[in-house]
Design a binder for this molecule. Structure first.
Ligand code: ADE
Length: 357
């Protein structure tokens, strides 16, 4: 039996029942693939269903406002995915009258869509012959062919693309691509794969050489940057300040609290000093009600360490001074409405653990 027939037969028996596998709607396929980047299936599935419910087609996504979309995306991380989807939905409505483009070159030009996503869309929605190569497929193919070149290097990617292009089924490219992903996810697992039960045992070069656990080879990631956030939870009479993150940085267009960033944690006295001088108030005009423990939040290339200072004020005028000094970024809201705003997971976690603030 040909390789492609063999893997498709395996897939028909072993595949998981997932909603985006039962549709040829390019919008739904696009949405599922964007959500599933960097996200586990169980978590991704919940968000996919929520999104389809709220935005069943491109037009409804294009019409939504960004803040609603970010709120729905809250907790998934990598928020540029949501912002880009929104922009792209608007482009599709304006430029393509709301019809998802059906060819590789138009789709690859859309914001937030790279090689992987375009191949997934054109093969799953339109049955066009483009191999997809995700992390699961990289692992499976590099073991199958005992490729020792780093899979995240340009050379390694080229080798894998050539191999996948050779193997792809010309009649059922979409089914083939899904089968490859599923095989990598369920059978050719990262750790302790059950090679004794593998249908490709006799053809797998890494298995023959006994080095399955050494492949795939990867180039180490770039260094992780450590950042220290001293957050100010500024409260007065049931009101609280939020900071809209508008800069070109993590969590763009989400809300956190006013803060001070440094390359280490400052002692409390230094934090108070910095805070009062930044907002031109004196130390006796504020009171620190609580200092939190350290919170850690890990992103791909950054480690955020945060400490939260709950601060209250002598009177309303002092409280208002904070805003006059930073009017374009800070908003003053009623404390109980805070969950209407899109918040990074770190902030959501702090609020969940400190409901009495
Ligand atoms: N991960 C990314 N895309 C996927 C898909 N279409 N099916 C299952 N897992 C996936």
């Amino acid at each position: 039996m040909k390789f492609s027939e063999k893997i498709i037969s395996w897939y028909i028996i072993n595949k998981r029942d997932l909603p985006w596998r039962k549709t040829a709607d390019p919008y739904k396929i696009w949405l599922s693939e964007i959500i599933l980047q960097q996200t586990r299936i169980e978590q991704g599935l919940k968000y996919y269903l929520k999104f389809i419910d709220n935005y069943p087609d491109i037009n409804s996504l294009a019409k939504a406002n960004e803040e609603q979309i970010l709120k729905l995306w809250q907790g998934l991380g990598y928020y540029s995915r949501a912002r880009n989807m929104h922009k792209t939905a608007r482009v599709i409505v304006d430029k393509y009258h709301g019809n998802f483009p059906d060819n590789y070159s138009d789709i690859i030009n859309l914001k937030g869509i790279g090689d992987y996503t375009v191949a997934a869309i054109v093969s799953f929605a339109y049955n066009q012959v483009y191999p997809v190569i995700d992390g699961n497929i990289m692992r499976f193919l590099s073991r199958f062919h005992e490729i020792k070149t780093a899979v995240n290097s340009a050379k390694g990617k080229k080798q894998l693309f050539a191999l996948a292009s050779e193997l792809i089924d010309q009649e059922q490219p979409g089914e083939f691509n899904q089968a490859m992903m599923e095989f990598g996810a369920l059978q050719c697992k990262p750790h302790n794969p059950d090679c004794k039960k593998c249908i490709f045992q006799s053809e797998c070069k890494a298995y023959k050489q006994g080095n399955v656990s050494d492949i795939p080879v990867k180039i180490a990631n770039i260094k992780v940057r450590k950042r220290y956030f001293h957050y100010f939870v500024l409260i007065y009479n049931g009101q609280i300040y939020l900071n809209k993150r508008i800069k070109n940085d993590i969590w763009q267009n989400l809300y956190d609290f006013p803060h001070l960033e440094a390359n280490r944690f400052y002692p409390k006295s230094r934090v108070i000093e910095k805070f009062t001088s930044q907002f031109k108030i004196s130390q006796d005009q504020i009171q620190i009600l609580n200092t939190s423990d350290e919170y850690k939040h890990i992103l791909t290339h950054q480690r955020i360490l945060a400490r939260f200072y709950v601060v209250t004020f002598q009177d309303q005028l002092i409280f208002q001074k904070i805003k006059t000094l930073n009017s374009n970024q800070f908003i003053c809201i009623k404390k109980e409405t805070i969950n209407k705003y899109p918040l990074p997971r770190l902030i959501d976690k702090y609020l969940t653990e400190n409901q009495n603030i």
